[in-house]
Design a protein around this ligand. Structure first.
Ligand code: PMP
Length: 432
């Protein structure tokens, strides 16, 4: 007689679903796309986290980006503890906020002034309002498969969790709210030129993930970002780089440093909070001067610039400025991508991988995709089988084929090699 093992994760998932929709507080955590039971995490350290059964995983989501120095880094934890001991929130300004703003302006030269908020959603939503307020125009341009948080007017043909549910536009967003949102194809310069030629004078802004990470990893071509910059300048539209994911992730100065293109506004998040809720939007001082209390564009937050969150963010921003940090991070991530490709090749599995800085994509297709359509053509059944087999091996990749992966400074050679060895075993037993 066999008794089936009931995991603590199963018990917790059943319990969570009674009081929380789908058992999770952010949809992609629910494993809906890959099936099975989400792992409930009890603790994390360096490149690892542990689930409710005590099983250890090599973590390649890093809290979906923030954990760039590895989980529970002693310097980040010490900064948080020290800040917490002085009180959790004041609703009045602090020195820490000035220091964080100065640090962001120093590291991202296109940002002369910055406002701190608590989530990437708030950052992009506010940047959009600022662009509309400053230009007096209504229309915005976004690209299919790019996710910019869940503000109504941006929740159109968006990526990430929305793709998991096969409907990239959310219910509950009135047509009237999105009639000003124009959705174009990523990396399609000709289409962009046509759009500006026909309605350039009505476009308030273009918002783009300059390295897209919400339809798996898809890099913008330099020509695409250059065309965006030139067309926005020519037509008086605001160019917003949503670097919530790629900022401080693909390079110290973000994608704008990598491509050498300065946007008018930048949205940041994830890494700048080091695992606590800090996000930001910023740009030229003259544009930011439209924000209340100076200007007519309103935006506010009870916990904006929260002292404990800012302490975690500042400690993280200091650590990533260590000499060679990004060279090492990029090299480790590239090593992972190359190792996975090699393992797949040995097993005869159609697969490829790509990386930039500490971000990577894995694709069950012959070529690295360059657009949403190409990415959607990949083999999702094969991905799901791979995901679960790797999970069994103790390697936690993003639980959906539409998400990028993240490597931290704690993913040393031994961790990368352990991952590739597991992948070799998994590829060998995947259906061909
Ligand atoms: N923009 C991008 C590019 C993102 O990746 C995300 C989150 N994955 C957001 C905005 C929204 O950030 P948050 O989840 O903190 O609201």
């Amino acid at each position: 007689m066999t008794t089936e093992h009931i995991s603590n994760n199963d018990t917790l998932f059943a319990r969570a679903q009674k009081t929380t929709p789908g058992g999770v507080n952010s949809p992609v955590r629910a494993f809906r796309s890959v099936g099975g039971t989400p792992r409930f995490i009890t603790r994390a350290e360096g490149p690892y986290f542990w689930d409710a059964d005590g099983k250890r995983y090599i973590d390649y989501i890093g809290s979906w980006g923030p954990a760039i120095v590895g989980h529970a880094h002693p310097e980040v934890i010490a900064a948080v503890q020290a800040a917490a001991a002085n009180g959790l929130s004041f609703g009045a300004p602090t020195l820490g906020e000035i220091e964080m703003a100065e640090e962001i302006c120093k590291l991202v030269p296109s940002i002369e002034q910055v406002r701190l908020v608590s989530s990437g959603t708030e950052a992009t939503m506010s940047a959009l309002r600022l662009a509309r307020g400053a230009t007096g125009r209504d229309k915005i341009v976004k690209f299919e498969g790019c996710y910019h948080g869940h503000a109504d007017s941006l929740l159109v043909k968006a990526g990430s969790g929305l793709l998991t549910f096969g409907n990239p536009t959310s219910a509950g967003v009135p047509e009237d709210f999105v009639k000003h949102t124009l959705v174009l194809d990523y990396n399609n310069v000709a289409q962009l030129e046509d759009a500006f030629a026909s309605m350039g004078e009505t476009i308030a802004c273009v918002i783009v993930e300059p390295v897209a990470g919400n339809m798996n990893l898809i890099k913008a071509t330099p020509e695409f970002l250059r065309a965006l910059r030139d067309l926005c300048t020519e037509h008086g539209a605001v160019l917003i780089f949503d670097e919530v994911m790629c900022g401080f992730r693909v390079a110290l100065g973000g994608a704008q440093e990598l491509y050498d293109i300065a946007p008018d506004l930048t949205a940041l998040g994830k890494v700048i909070g080091g695992g606590l809720p800090v996000a930001a939007f910023g740009g030229r001082a003259e544009l930011m001067g439209n924000m209340a209390p100076l200007g007519a564009v309103y935006q506010a937050g009870t916990l904006s610039g929260n002292p404990v969150a800012v302490a975690a963010g500042m400690a993280t921003l200091k650590l990533i400025q260590a000499p060679g940090f990004y060279e090492k991070l990029s090299a480790q991530t590239a090593k992972l991508a190359a190792g996975l490709e090699q393992a797949a090749r040995e097993a005869g599995v159609t697969f490829c991988a790509d990386s930039v800085g500490g971000m990577f994509g894995i694709y069950f297709s012959a070529e690295v995709p360059g657009s949403y359509a190409e990415m959607m053509a990949g083999d999702k059944t094969r991905f799901n089988a791979f995901f679960h087999a790797m999970l069994d091996e103790g390697v936690y990749f993003a639980p959906a084929a539409f998400e990028a992966g993240f490597v931290s400074a704690a993913h040393d050679d031994a961790v990368i090699e352990e991952t590739i060895a597991a992948a070799r075993r998994v590829f060998a037993r995947l259906d061909k």
